[in-house]
Each structure stands twice: as structure tokens, then as C-alpha cells.
Design a protein around this ligand. Structure first.
Ligand code: FMN
Length: 322
């Protein structure tokens, strides 16, 4: 299928794997790209330019298809070496960068001068328009359903995507709540040029995370995520567990007085324990409502080829007589 997104990134199918902390390693990125989508290595999980350069090289050994690197700009007392990370991305010839978090304007000249396409993840129409105005090539429009940080506007994709379509000139993909062929066809009908998935890609055989994480997603329903850190204006959608319930009790007790230090045990440094050791109660980890639609653990290739063939059936059989 050709869309503005497949043309922009030189990929076969309009399906992107979003950057995911301690999930988006070379194995998953290469599997998605080899299946015809766009896989993404998560830059900050590597942390240093040297480690990121090594991870990019590993991915290049596993695929000759285009893949992306995610750069998430977070408020931090000790910021990562962003210029160094950008330099290794440029030097390695990575064709696409997914930016997220804050406005990526400071790094756009270096990326654009190197011919790199930039897709910025946004949770609102106004941020998408800002991304367009500073020269991003595309945006990933992340609805309220999404795993991770949905922003503070709480607009679900049935409203957000057509609003984005009405306002944007650059192409966009639908992100948040996307799981299958129905998601892809609906996203295209609402004006997107493809879709971005996070949670769905974790529950695949190729995702280099502990089996417990994949099973937690398969066993979860759409009722099992929670929003945390709202009072810190850093809302995150996570899968409910004991640590999340403890955190929410603290939020209720402290209200607006809550500080990050009060919940540090539940959120700081927990990803390696969860994703690699499978200690599921170690803390809060991002997960989308879409877990309610995830019932199996296929290979990435089975997932993507299944989505593309089911999409064709939906369009021809279900919608063909429209
Ligand atoms: C476990 C997990 C970790 C994530 N980490 C990041 C991250 O480090 N940077 C980022 O930009 N987005 C991150 N995301 C968001 C995803 O890239 C994607 O936008 C989101 O998962 C889409 O929603 P979905 O989960 O409903 O598919 C993460 C999502 C999950 C589930």
C-alpha cells in the first residue's frame, strides 16, 4: 500500500513502531523494518552516544531496510548528551528520527542538513501545527488512549485525528489505541496516512522483553490502565499493578503537594526490572488501553502481514458495497 508516509520513509507498509524505553532495541526495530514497516530504536535507553552508535550498528547488521531512532526530550536535572546522540545518528546514516517530549527545534538543522526525515510525536493539534511550522516532515498524532504520555488535553483519536486532518498540511500517522487492520483502515478513513503502534508491538515474539511483560498485556483488558502523575503535569498511562495502586494512594493523600520525590520508588529506574527481569510489580510502566485488543503473541512479521491482508478484506468485503 502506498501512502504519503510510505513514500516519505521509503517503506512498504504504513505501520510504524514507536520508540519505547527498554523495548525499542535493535532486535525489535529490525524485525519491524524487515516486515516492511518502520522500526525504531529508543535513543535514551542507550543513554550515551557510544552505546547508541553500537545499537544502530547492530540494527544495520540485522536489516538493510530503513529504520528510525527515537529521541525523547525530557525535563532533566542531568540532561543526556543530545548533541552527541544526534551526531551518531547523522554519522551512521539513519534515515528517520522520531522526536517526542519537547519541541525538537534546536536539533532540526543538524538532522535536516543530513537529509534525515523527522516525525514528531504530538498529543494535540496545536503541537502538531508547531511541529509543521518548524519544519518537521510528518507528525505522529498520539490520542488520549495511548500508552505512555498522552499530554493533558485528554482528546481521544476519534476527535483528534479528523481535527489534525482538517488543519495539517504535512502527513500524519495515527498513534494510540492502534492494534490491527480495523485500526489501520479507521485511521486512514479519519485522515491519517498510516499508524504508529507501541503496546501491540511489545506483545510479539521479536520484542526483546521478558515473557511476563507480553503475558501481562495479553491478560489485561481495556479497563486495566491508569493515569498517573497528573498533578505533576507529566501524565502517564500505565498498566495497573500494586506499585501503581500505592502511587495513586500517595497522589490522593498529597494532592497538589505531591512532589516527584514522593513517588520516586514507583517510577525511577523501574524499566530494566520490569522489561528484562520480568518483575511486574517493580513499578509503573507505560501501557495503552489497546491492551484490551491484544490476545496473542505473534511474530512481528505475522502481525504486520496479517494487518495488511485483513485491511484489504475489510476494504473490499466490508466496505466494498458502500
Ligand atoms: C512501554 C512503553 C514505553 C514507551 N517509551 C517511550 C519513549 O521512551 N519515548 C517515546 O517517545 N514514546 C514512548 N512510548 C510511546 C510509544 O512510542 C507510542 O507512542 C504509544 O505506545 C502509542 O500508543 P499505544 O501503546 O496505544 O500503541 C512508550 C510506550 C510504551 C508502551
Amino acid at each position: 500500500m502506498k501512502t504519503k508516509i510510505t513514500e516519505l520513509f521509503g517503506i512498504e507498509h504504513p505501520i510504524i513502531q514507536g520508540g519505547m524505553h527498554h523495548v525499542g532495541f535493535a532486535e525489535l526495530a529490525a524485525a519491524v523494518s524487515n516486515a516492511g514497516g518502520l522500526g525504531t530504536i529508543t535513543g535514551l535507553t542507550q543513554g550515551t552516544p557510544e552505546k547508541l552508535a553500537n545499537e544502530i550498528a547492530r540494527c544495520q547488521d540485522m536489516t538493510d531496510k530503513p529504520f528510525a531512532v527515537n529521541l525523547t526530550f525530557l525535563p532533566s536535572l542531568t540532561p543526556p548528551d543530545y548533541p552527541g546522540l544526534v551526531k551518531v545518528i547523522v554519522d551512521a546514516g539513519v534515515p528517520v528520527v522520531e522526536t517526542a517530549g519537547r519541541n525538537p527545534a534546536a536539533y532540526l538543522p543538524a538532522l535536516k542538513d543530513a537529509g534525515i526525515k523527522v516525525i514528531h510525536k504530538c498529543t494535540s493539534v496545536r503541537h502538531s501545527l508547531k511541529a509543521q511550522s518548524i519544519g518537521c516532515d510528518a507528525v505522529s498524532v498520539d490520542g488520549f488512549e495511548c500508552g505512555g504520555h498522552p499530554g493533558e488535553d485528554d482528546i481521544p483519536n476519534f476527535i483528534l485525528l479528523p481535527r489534525a486532518a482538517d488543519e495539517l498540511e504535512i502527513p500524519f500517522v495515527a498513534s494510540g489505541g492502534m492494534a490491527d487492520a480495523r485500526s489501520l483502515v479507521a485511521a486512514m478513513a479519519l485522515g491519517a496516512e498510516g499508524m504508529n503502534m507501541g503496546t501491540r508491538f511489545i506483545a510479539t515474539q521479536d520484542a526483546p522483553v521478558h515473557q511476563n511483560v507480553k503475558e501481562a498485556i495479553v491478560n489485561a483488558t481495556e479497563l486495566d490502565t491508569r493515569l498517573i502523575m497528573r498533578s505533576l503535569t507529566n501524565t502517564e498511562r500505565v498498566l495497573n499493578n500494586e506499585a501503581v495502586e500505592r502511587l495513586i494512594e500517595k497522589e490522593k493523600a498529597l494532592g497538589d503537594k505531591l512532589r516527584f520525590e514522593d513517588i520516586v520508588d514507583e517510577v525511577a529506574g523501574v524499566y530494566p526490572k520490569i522489561m528484562h527481569e520480568g518483575t511486574m510489580e517493580a513499578g509503573a510502566w507505560s501501557c495503552g488501553m489497546v491492551a484490551g485488543l491484544v490476545n496473542d503473541i505473534p511474530t512481528v512479521d505475522e502481525l504486520i502481514s496479517g494487518i495488511m491482508s485483513d485491511a484489504e478484506s475489510i476494504i473490499k468485503a466490508r466496505l466494498g458495497n458502500f
